[in-house]
Ligand binder design. Structure first.
Ligand SMILES: Cc1cc2nc3c(=O)[nH]c(=O)nc-3n(C[C@H](O)[C@H](O)[C@H](O)COP(=O)(O)OP(=O)(O)OC[C@H]3O[C@@H](n4cnc5c(N)ncnc54)[C@H](O)[C@@H]3O)c2cc1C
Length: 375
């Protein structure tokens, strides 16, 4: 049962956001920064965010050469450039909001490994640099095959190495912890362990039906505007939106003495990605090995993909080096036919800000601003 006091003071807000990942927290901040007097509540089902935001690789990136080339061929130049611009702007918004230290942000640069079976034309790289210059104010991509040796990678089957001086790393745990604190410092209430089961938009306001393990009576919240930042977990609420879950898997090694590289690195069109964290390696990806099997919201590991990560670690990234794995984990992303996120009003008082792909760390700065504008 709920008390009179609980019903009176805890259940009614101007704005309720479902989902306390980087997108939900950033949307709450953007709204409070614009409209400080509005009451904002975040309903999060986990003790802390339980989707992608605390489970990613912490790349502060806008896309590798081969990934952008793929995007251009699938979605066209304009959309590909728009996505890059949003990622670059989004990172700036996070930096302004938190400061680089609280995000563990470092401009480390990085690179991309191309294999013998992947096409590469120098002219294509120059054209891409030309398109990116107005956004990044730099000649972003350069070829430098000598880095393969310098960084200690295996040179077997590698045809090219493309450096990128503009990208960097964040510490995803630190970022989310500090963003959480900043969000609450603005007066946003965050309730954890509150799973939203259903909602009803009457046209005048919204009613939200939730479940909490310790409450026998289902709390029903009301608000003027309801925002869904549930990313991969959205199809239950919006079966018609093009949002498909995609599981991502990662491993982290224990510290490795004499690790030769620093930065963020990609191969196979960004399907595999690795970075240093001090002298550890954080390495993830491999969804392309079993795309159908990884179309799931189940937070679990798959041996086939973990074996593929182990294989590349041993044969490509640190060949002939002893290492130990510290931990392995999975998180859930959201994809669709289009790589741009969905930010739209889905009914008079309900907004969806979902489908952040494998780039929500960067994108969420901008998506949050757009959600606040719609509000
Ligand atoms: C393995 C992996 C690696 C990645 N690497 C990078 C990277 O290096 N760089 C990058 O930019 N991006 C990366 N991403 C993508 C990035 O992490 C996501 O795009 C971003 O975190 C999405 O944020 P979000 O807030 O929209 O979603 P989420 O973080 O998934 O948050 C959604 C929240 O909604 C909550 N929720 C869901 N349903 C309900 C409900 N019914 N009631 C209440 N709460 C609910 C969930 O518990 C969750 O906390 C990676 C993702 C993964 C999984």
């Amino acid at each position: 049962m709920l008390s009179f006091w609980e019903k009176n003071s805890f259940l009614n807000y101007d704005i309720i956001i479902v989902g306390g990942g980087i997108n939900g927290l950033s949307a709450a901040c953007a709204i409070k920064e614009k409209y400080p007097k509005r009451s904002v509540l975040i309903l999060e089902r986990g003790s802390w965010p339980l989707g992608a935001s605390t489970r990613n690789a912490g790349f502060a990136c806008f896309g590798s050469f081969a990934e952008i080339r793929d995007d251009i061929s699938q979605n066209g130049l304009d959309k590909a450039l728009q996505l890059i611009e949003w990622r670059v702007k989004g990172l700036e918004i996070h930096k302004q909001r938190l400061g680089t230290q609280k995000m563990g942000y470092k401009t480390t640069g990085g690179g991309e490994i191309l294999f013998n079976d992947e096409p590469f034309e120098k002219e294509e790289l120059e054209t891409m640099n030309y398109h990116l210059k107005p956004i990044l104010n730099a000649d972003v991509f350069k070829t430098d095959i000598s880095k393969v040796n310098e960084y200690g990678f295996s040179s077997k089957n590698i045809s090219q190495f493309i450096t990128n001086s503009c990208e960097g790393q964040v510490d995803s745990g630190l970022l989310m912890y500090n963003l959480w604190q900043y969000t609450t410092s603005l007066g946003v209430i965050i309730m954890n362990g509150m799973e939203v089961l259903d909602f009803n938009d009457s046209g005048k306001n919204c009613e939200i039906i939730t479940k909490h393990n310790l409450l026998s009576e289902t709390p029903k919240f009301t608000c003027q505007t309801l925002i869904f930042s549930t990313n991969a977990f959205s199809s239950h609420f919006f079966p018609n939106l093009d949002v498909v879950p995609g599981r991502g898997q990662i491993l982290a090694t224990k510290p490795i003495e004499g690790l030769k590289f620093k930065g963020i690195f990609h191969f196979r069109q960004g399907y595999y990605y690795f970075r240093n964290y001090g002298n550890r390696i954080i390495f993830g990806g491999g969804r392309n090995e079993n795309k159908e099997g990884e179309t799931t919201t189940e937070i679990a590991l798959n041996n086939e993909i973990q074996n593929s990560l182990d294989h590349y670690l041993q044969t490509l990234i640190i060949p002939e080096t002893n290492y130990e794995i510290d931990c392995r984990w999975a998180g859930i992303m959201a994809f669709g036919k289009d790589k741009l996120p969905i930010i739209e009003r889905v009914s008079p008082n309900v907004i969806a800000g979902v489908r952040m792909g494998g780039m929500g760390v960067a994108l969420s700065g901008v998506t949050a601003e757009r959600i606040a504008e719609i509000v």
